[in-house]
Design a protein around this ligand. Sequence first.
Ligand code: COA
Ligand code: ZN
Length: 311
Amino acid sequence: MLKLPSRVKIREVGPRDGFQIEKEFIPTEAKIEIINALADAGVSDIEATAFVSPKAVPQLRDAAEVITKIHRNGAVYSALVPNFKGAQNAIAAGVDEIVVVISASDAHNQANVRRTVDESVADLDDIFSLAAEKSIPVICSAATAFGCPYQGDVPESDVMKLVDAYTSRSAAAVILADTTGMATPTRTADLVKRVKDRYPDLEIILHLHNNRGTAMSNLLVAMMAGATVFDTALGGMGGCPYVPQAAGNLPTEDVVFMLEDMGVGTGIDLESIIRASLRLEKIVGKTLPGQVMKSGPRDPKRAAELCGIIP
Ligand code: COA
Ligand code: ZN
């Protein structure tokens, strides 16, 4: 028998990681509709947008409006920030948490936020002071933790240096992000164990892109190595604009289907999340990578009703 937790936390990142890479601007009302549908399906933590330069990511230029207009019905709403200005804007707009992102690789950090890793780390003290003043938790993401699309392998020492920079400033949690889908199960388990050994009380979040088809396997081994928080995206949308051949995150509904069937609670209603991903597909006007939104739940009658499967 597998050693599994009885419950995990899903952080939905589709509204940020997914919408950021869409070519056509998704209307603000549609973004809000999807975020509200996610919360209604039982998603407890939602990365709703990013406070980034509208020149760099025009899709998310409506970040403040999104945060102001979504229903605030008990879920925790965060936003990604690339620098101090982003943190200021996110907190002013009323987010519950901020997610600071720095890449472990200099090459990707330069492409993504036009700073060296050291320059981005130098911004952290101001970001943490501001957040502490306003009692806003800071989640810290180590992007390209398993590989970089420009540099290739990223030395584990570089990843740990960034994790150290985060934990020494009392990060609420650290995201190990496979920005470019280069992780495999052994690499995933090794890094989770390494970070867990060094920081036994730290909340580790896995953010797994599926560029090479390994993301779900990586989630399973990470969970077996003790990780209990995962970033996923509705329909499997997503991708960093600064990753060539970017691919989506793990589809939220696929993860909910698999975990709930294995007896691992997510708190998310499978049918509601499938309905939300089908609605999202209509909004973005293209087929999404999610599989469970196409095949439906186990019950053939419900699969037929929800997904139009002919048994
Ligand atoms: N939000 C909005 N505007 C911002 C900003 C932020 N967080 N940070 C900087 N700006 C504005 C500045 O005010 C300035 O505006 P101006 O031209 O009107 O004076 C302009 O952007 C340039 O500022 P600068 O500090 O020189 O930024 P930059 O051009 O070097 O860009 C980032 C740096 C980080 C702002 C930009 O690269 C970015 O937003 N990257 C995000 C990438 C991303 O979201 N990737 C996917 C997620 S991993
Ligand atoms: Zn991502």
